[in-house]
Design a protein around this ligand. Structure first.
Ligand code: SF4
Length: 402
């Protein structure tokens, strides 16, 4: 069953309240829900209800397509001048001799790039802590080095948190700085550093780094240069429902203006080894509701992504029925952000076959994309050598209901 008829059982349910029906009808009619309705969904939207609406939108926008890419990360350092309360990853400068701290030199970072020579990766994702020695000249040289070495490798690098700091230090405006990094070879910006925009929360969890307006302004300038970026929200800690909707609303407004965001990535707060360890983590049901409501609210975003290392493989598969259409990438054990925060995935790495299998097993189409969502290969019917091997049993196809 596809299309508007997917919503018929919901719309015809005699037990549905008038308010729930009104929102469902809006989704069926391709209308945008407003702020209060977004808060209502968090307050009163049971998982099956928001999931049905989110899956309808997901399939209308992307069908069964489920995107992934082949990528690796470089995290230059986990020392940081900032002290975000939720951060499990960073160490303060005074902890620089701690065995868990690292600072890579330019050569060490470039060695990571060279390690992937000849491998079919399409993207390098670069983010890390903020330190004075990783300044604008350092990064401009590094980006240029990558591009000279491997021009086709997509460089997705640094968030407004880093850009705000390095531009200020270099005494250049955001406009001048973004132009410089574009010319040096940055192809797109990841979505990190957004946390929760609302000052009531931001000032408690991330008071000293760039604020919401600065984060949004840097993305806006980047979009005005014709470039694309992603957006995130760190949820499930001290924020309330209206703070989440405020966050989504600000993103939706900027997207209306520029159209430059590609995907929205909800980031689950993890409570290991940080200053907010006393706060319980959100449940899987809450994670799925958050994906679904994000999908419903952000009607002008094409994609909703989950990082499988952050929520685990099984929940990532489940999320594909709750509005998510992108699982990010192979990653190849090159990020510590999630493992240090307590994720079950302590060495996140998937082969292409494993990612494809994860997607196929829940009845979706695995599509390898580049960073800008150009389709590189449809893996739906691709047979891997291992698929042909006799495993002692015969795998029967799953019979779908549609
Ligand atoms: S979240 Fe980012 S800016 Fe904040 S302390 Fe951690 S590494 Fe630094």
């Amino acid at each position: 069953m596809r299309g508007i008829e997917q919503l018929a059982p919901l719309l015809n349910d005699p037990n549905l309240s008038a308010a729930h029906r009104h929102i469902a009808q809006k989704i069926a009619d391709n209308q945008r829900i407003d702020f209060d309705e977004g808060v209502f969904l968090f307050e009163h939207g049971a998982l099956p209800y928001v999931g049905t609406l989110a899956n309808f939108i997901r399939e209308k926008k992307n069908g069964d397509n489920t995107f992934f890419n082949r990528n690796f990360h470089i995290e230059p350092t986990n020392l940081c001048v900032y002290d975000c309360k939720f951060c499990s990853y960073s160490r303060l400068i005074k902890q620089r001799n701690d065995p868990s701290a690292w600072t890579f030199s330019m050569d060490e970072m470039f060695d990571i790039v060279r390690k992937y020579d000849g491998q079919p990766v399409t993207e390098v994702h670069i983010v890390g802590g903020v330190l004075p020695q990783y300044d604008l000249p350092f990064y401009l040289e590094f980006f240029q080095k990558i591009k000279n070495h491997r021009p086709e490798l997509h460089v997705k690098a640094l968030t407004p948190v880093e850009y705000h700091y390095i531009f200020k230090k270099a005494k250049v405006s955001y406009e001048e700085g973004m132009k410089l990094i574009k010319d040096a070879g940055v192809d797109s910006m990841p979505g990190g550093g957004a946390e929760i925009f609302h000052p009531e929360i931001r000032e408690q969890i991330a008071a000293d780094k760039c604020d919401a307006d600065q984060w949004l302004r840097i993305h806006e300038i980047w979009h005005e240069l014709g470039m694309r970026s992603n957006a995130t929200m760190l949820y499930g800690h001290i924020e309330q429902w209206h703070h989440r909707i405020d966050h989504l609303e600000r993103l939706r407004q900027l997207q209306d203006k520029t159209g430059g965001f590609q995907t929205f990535i909800p980031l689950k707060f993890r409570n290991q080894d940080n200053q907010m360890s006393h706060i319980a983590e959100s449940t899987t049901v809450e994670d799925l509701r958050n994906y679904a409501i994000s999908r419903i609210y952000l009607d002008n975003f094409d994609h909703i992504k989950t990082y499988w290392p952050m929520i685990g493989r099984t929940t990532a598969q489940l999320a594909l029925a709750f509005g998510v259409d992108d699982l990010d990438g192979t990653i190849d054990d090159t990020t510590k952000i999630y493992s240090m925060a307590g994720s079950e995935e302590q060495h996140p790495a998937l082969t292409t076959q494993q990612l494809v299998d994860m997607i196929r097993r829940v009845g979706r189409r695995p599509i390898e994309r580049d960073t800008l969502y150009n389709v590189l290969q449809d893996f739906t019917d691709v047979e891997f050598e291992e698929d042909k091997a006799y495993r002692g049993y015969i795998e029967l196809p799953v019979i779908g209901g549609n």
